[in-house]
Design a protein around this ligand. Structure first.
Ligand code: UTP
Length: 291
């Protein structure tokens, strides 16, 4: 079985839910405390054994390419000033993995973004991580999917149970036959169902392991909901062919493209930081008394 060594991370979306912050900067560069969202995602991939990262970028996303590239003037200045720790922090980003970039000319949807990476991926299974979904670093997110791929040899969607009132925001899969499965066969995915007709509360969230056969399905997609080429439409066909499993992700997830979730992520990541926890906690406790 081929090892998963490549990851595709699409970052070409417009980020309209986060306007005006995203008018001239990518939402994937918004920081969680002091580290951009996209760096958290890349580090999760590297932690799961990925060596090559293919970023699908678009207009106005150069800040992401610069972030993972050498920053010569900054590095030279930090070196000259003896700021060794800052220099190490800046340089280690460049060495996280092997980076390559493909462009998505127009943001025509997630399915189209993945198809843009076809030649960069080749005939190998690969991981797909959405560039604005962040999981708590302490838990394995992508790792749970890779384990399911290694157990089944099939493509995998990462799933999490969401409240009934949220099922209409996601693709929802059929539940596992037994309660404690680490993976199960997907026989159905329903895109953004009304709660009354949802097959479960198991939502497809931003992590996938995909076999190269997905590209053949993506290549013949017709535009779906909102005129966009939907990855879910290709996944539905793979499910119908018995080629897709779901793996629950046992980690706290934040959709940082959503303003409320972004704020929550910043608070929780700050509270985990040794250097910030005590003063920030004191500040929050003061706020609670005040309001
Ligand atoms: P989202 O649907 O969350 O991104 O896609 P969006 O379209 O930028 O967001 P809103 O709804 O307008 O706020 C999830 C990921 O897929 C990428 C996005 O950059 C994001 O990281 N994406 C989405 C693409 O690369 N291309 C697309 O055409 C759409």
């Amino acid at each position: 079985m081929d090892k998963i060594r490549k990851a595709v991370i699409p970052v070409a979306g417009l980020g309209t839910r986060f306007l005006p912050a995203t008018k001239a900067q990518p939402k994937e560069m918004l920081p969680l405390v002091d580290k951009p969202v996209i760096q958290h995602v890349v580090e999760e991939a590297i932690h799961a054994g990925i060596e090559n990262i293919v970023l699908v970028t678009g207009r106005g996303k150069q800040a992401i390419e610069n972030h993972f590239d050498v920053a010569y003037e900054l590095e030279e200045t930090l070196d000259r000033r003896g700021r060794t720790e800052d220099l190490r922090l800046v340089q280690e980003i460049t060495h996280l993995g092997q980076f390559s970039y493909v462009r998505q000319g127009e943001p025509l949807g997630l399915g189209h973004a993945v198809l843009c990476a076809r030649h960069a991926v080749g005939e190998m299974p690969f991981a797909l991580l959405l560039g604005d979904d962040v999981f708590d670093e302490a838990d394995p997110a992508l790792g749970a999917l890779i384990a399911a791929y290694e157990a089944t040899g099939k493509s995998v969607v990462g799933v999490q149970e969401v409240p009934e009132s949220h099922v209409s925001r996601y693709g929802i899969v059929n539940p596992a036959a037994s309660g404690s499965a680490t993976w199960w066969d997907v026989t159905r995915i329903v895109e953004k169902p009304a709660p009354a007709v949802a097959p479960s509360r198991w939502a497809v969230v931003g992590r996938y392991v995909l076999l190269p056969e997905v590209f053949a399905h993506l290549a013949i997609l017709k535009p779906g909901v909102g005129g966009e080429y939907q990855l879910t439409d290709a996944l539905m066909e793979m499910a119908a062919e018995g080629r897709l499993v779901a793996a629950p992700i046992p980690a706290r997830r934040f959709d940082t493209g959503d303003k409320l979730d972004y704020l929550k992520a910043n608070v929780e990541f700050a509270l985990k930081r040794e250097d910030l926890r005590a003063p920030f906690q004191a500040y929050l406790e003061g706020l609670v008394k005040k309001f």
